[in-house]
Design a protein around this ligand. Sequence first.
Ligand code: NOJ
Length: 531
Amino acid sequence: MKKMWWHDSVIYQIYPRSFKDSNGDGIGDINGIIEKIDYLKDLGVDIVWLSPVYTSPMDDNGYDISDYQNIASEFGSLEEMDKLIKKCDEKGISIMMDLVVNHTSDEHEWFVESKKSKDNPYRDYYIWRDGQGDYPNDIISTFSGPAWDYDEKTDQYYFHLFSKKQPDLNWDNEKMRNDIYQMMNWWLDRGIRGFRMDVIDLIGKNIDKKIVGNGPTLHERLQEMNQKTFGHRDIVTVGETWGATPEIAKLYSKPERNELSMVFQFEHVTAFHDEKFGKWASKPVDFSVIKDILSKWQVELKEDGWNSLFWNNHDLPRVVSKYGNEAYRDKSAKMLATMIHMMKGTPYIYQGEEIGMTNVQYDFSDYRDIELINAYHDLVPEKLSHDQMMTGIYADGRDNARTPMQWDSSQHGGFTSGQPWLKVNPNYKDINVKECLENKVSIFYYYKKLIDLRKKHDVIVYGDFKRLYSDHPDLFVYERTYMDEKLLVILNHTDKVISKPQGLDQGHLIISNYQDSDEEIRPYEALVYSL
Ligand code: NOJ
């Protein structure tokens, strides 16, 4: 496998709205991020994935873009964005921007034009269909309700897979595609080093055949995009690909296919979704399923393709609350971090994960996320009771990830001097960055060490993966091998004390989440040996 600069990189995701507010308006901003570059450097990350900062009416917190070549006023200005890119670069940190091109905002000038008349030059930039008095078909939006909205003026429906303020672009229109490529090059010229591609698996859709994900033109479009934009530059690209199997992942990320650097797939997340109500009625997490899925991806992408390693992002619940145990917050957070950071692929850390932030349980009126609010109104009370839905929201609602970053124990966790746009998790007095930085055995320093180990051991980056004791109900044990290096990873994913399996050659301990050793494997213990 040809080595690439992003193979041993660790990516840190910033959700700007919730990261750091510098001007007291209660909303995080670019200057707030600039204040914290040294913090990111200290952690040791190489790349920052910046969730959207473009001009937007913020129906979906910036995933509804009204101007791709400008910055939302609440986040700052283009000059500040340039400054962020430059300051990060000086510290050796690359910026990866979120590229949201399945849809725009309905306030984007293309859509404003498109709505004007059937013969407007921008009409075909979006997907319009006749309805004969009813929706053109029964495709449902991810944010609840029909994926179609009626426009009286031209008596047609436009298609939107997310909110009605996020009309889908028509990727069959070549002129539209070229405008997108031009915009991408404009950003690349400003010095960013990557794109995270929002729901990119949807751009090959054929809605007349009711195909939305993994559509017939998907890979051809990506190859064209690659060729016309980043293909000639040394940058990193990651596709958000909900429905990818390992076979599909190889189509995206096999280097000779000239598409993307890697996929970001969710099999370990969707495995627990309910058939009918999705994440709102999730099944309990089962580690036998997680271990099988993670191992399968390690083995299948051994030669070709590249995967992302993550538990969290801005759409997912907090890792400790979902997969760990808040009663063992420190130990389970470190164990879960070890599980994926010792694997092959590119690890992602979502803001606050490195200090062990947890889920919240708010009153319904305190939530802000459009997906959650729409789903509540769609499902309650006909399909789910209020209490059932709140259980779903507590477990899997996206605002769990979006509560403001907890910097210290001062008011609002030091996130803002004003009123935060979303309430801060009430546990900020105990869980915050300042506390973590003062405690040399904190979750923060554990992540720092995991990152550092990746830089020092090629076996973590490129080693073959072999699962051991696959039938063990409580442990996840695997081995990594590369040239003459071998690592043994032993993880207890339960709150029980487990006896050590016989016959393990342990060698020298390179990281562990307990300060001392024991004959048995303690609750949520993680041990990594170099053999
Ligand atoms: C996926 C993003 O991660 C999510 O936050 C957003 O709501 C949808 N795509 C629509 O852009």
